[in-house]
Ligand binder design. Structure first.
Ligand SMILES: Nc1ncnc2c1ncn2[C@@H]1O[C@H](COP(=O)(O)OP(=O)(O)OP(=O)(O)O)[C@@H](O)[C@H]1O
Ligand SMILES: [Mg+2]
Length: 385
């Protein structure tokens, strides 16, 4: 357990005393950590649903996607509506990606399920977590533009965490300048790129930097090309639901690995020892149903199938080897993560929040290289906080 900062303690106090809470703050300011601690502290006292806007971000906090919580009830499934009726508190992480339409849909579904149309989201306690300088909604305006949100805005206690726990002071200096203004952000990136070139280090033997780039198609073809190029047998690990049926759809349906594959852990297995989401490793063997991985900071570990994701109204768990190929990741997939070694590709950057999200994943300048230059017309943020 970490010792929370005073700012984090203030947030925790509001959450525990049942207030609608919004937690903002830069990447690495401990937003997700404080909600995880809130969950641990309060899970015996109330029904809390921990969710996030993307599957990966949900894995990082041991929760489910907000879609998987809401959509079965929206479709009218009675079990799903009963689940919502029992909820006291709902947490949504990476909420900068939530648009007005979704905010209002959630409102309607909770009101219907709880048969309470007079309160925001049917009277459930709402905890929204995210950084307006990171990824925005895929389409539409951010939820704060919603008329329903505006009606209830004064009920929210809004906190901004200011200390960066992920990145050291040198990197934080450049990252914070990217939040001041567009022109300052462009200047900061140029200087940061020079600095990364000066401080470039060689990685431990066998490790490669994770390429962080824009498009899924580029990431998949890069990872597959690298995997194909490795000699040796391919081992396939499938994803199962509780009860044993195979998951046949979705991004994590199956994982193909070989010895030598660059991987990233997508679950918190042993936080005290540093075996947590984003830990970088290399596959060094296979043992029974598990995978033997050498991690940067904790050495060789056996990784077995684990529950990474809690699904819809049936509380289905999804069990898989909590690893992902990590020669490359999209910015969308790595939102929320701390990444050990990164090569950030600026060439196809699109949309506000994209560049800041990518660059704020690492701990220090030495652990990062920057590829390409940013389009001078790139716009860092369209929101004010
Ligand atoms: N009070 C604390 N003491 C020590 N480490 C902390 C503390 N709070 C957070 N951290 C660590 O800092 C890192 C970043 O925290 P976290 O992922 O919660 O940040 P975040 O604000 O959610 O970032 P992002 O915007 O990227 O999702 C994690 O490794 C976390 O364990
Ligand atoms: Mg987070």
């Amino acid at each position: 357990m970490y010792i929370l900062s005073e700012e984090q303690e203030d947030v925790l106090r509001d959450m525990v005393s049942n207030k609608h809470t919004i937690i903002h703050g830069c990447g690495g300011s401990g937003k997700s950590l404080v909600v995880k601690q809130f969950y641990e502290k309060e899970k015996e006292n109330r029904v809390i649903k921990t969710t996030a806007m993307t599957g990966t971000a949900a894995c990082l906090i041991g929760g489910q996607t907000i879609h998987s919580l809401i959509y079965p009830a929206k479709k009218g499934f009675k079990g799903a509506m009963r689940t919502l009726r029992k909820i006291d508190t709902v947490i949504v992480d990476e909420v900068s990606m939530m648009n007005t339409e979704m905010f209002e849909e959630i409102h309607k579904v909770f009101c219907d399920s709880k048969e309470n149309w007079g309160c925001l989201w049917g009277g459930v306690q709402i905890i929204l977590v995210g950084d307006p300088y990171q990824l925005p909604p895929v389409k539409g305006a951010i939820f704060k533009e919603s008329e329903i949100y505006k009606t209830y805005e004064s009920e929210f206690h809004i906190h901004t965490l200011t200390r960066n726990f992920r990145s050291d002071t040198d990197l934080t200096y450049y990252l914070n300048r990217m939040r001041i203004s567009n022109s300052e952000a462009h200047r900061s990136i140029k200087e940061l790129k020079n600095e990364t070139e000066k401080r470039r280090i060689s990685l431990p033997k066998g490790f490669r930097r994770t390429l962080i780039t824009a498009f899924n198609s580029d990431v998949d073809s890069y990872n597959n090309r690298k995997l194909d190029a490795l000699p040796g047998e391919t081992h396939v690990f499938r994803t199962f639901e509780r009860g044993g049926s195979r998951v046949r759809r979705g991004e994590n349906e199956e994982l193909k690995l070989k010895i030598g594959a660059q991987v990233i852990l997508i679950a918190n297995l042993d936080v005290e020892q540093g075996l947590c989401n984003g830990s970088r490793g290399v596959v060094v063997g296979f043992s029974g149903p598990g995978v033997v991985v050498e991690f940067v900071n904790v050495g060789i570990r056996l990784i077995n199938q684990t529950m990474v994701y809690k699904g819809d109204d049936m509380e289905k768990g999804v069990f898989q080897i909590p690893l992902k190929l990590a020669w490359a990741l999209t910015v969308h997939k790595c939102q929320g993560m701390t990444i050990d070694f990164a090569a950030v590709d600026l060439r196809k950057s699109f949309g506000p929040g994209f560049v800041y999200t990518a660059l704020s994943r690492v701990k220090n300048i030495e652990n990062m290289i920057i590829i390409g230059d940013l389009d001078p017309n790139y716009n860092f943020s369209q929101y004010s906080i």
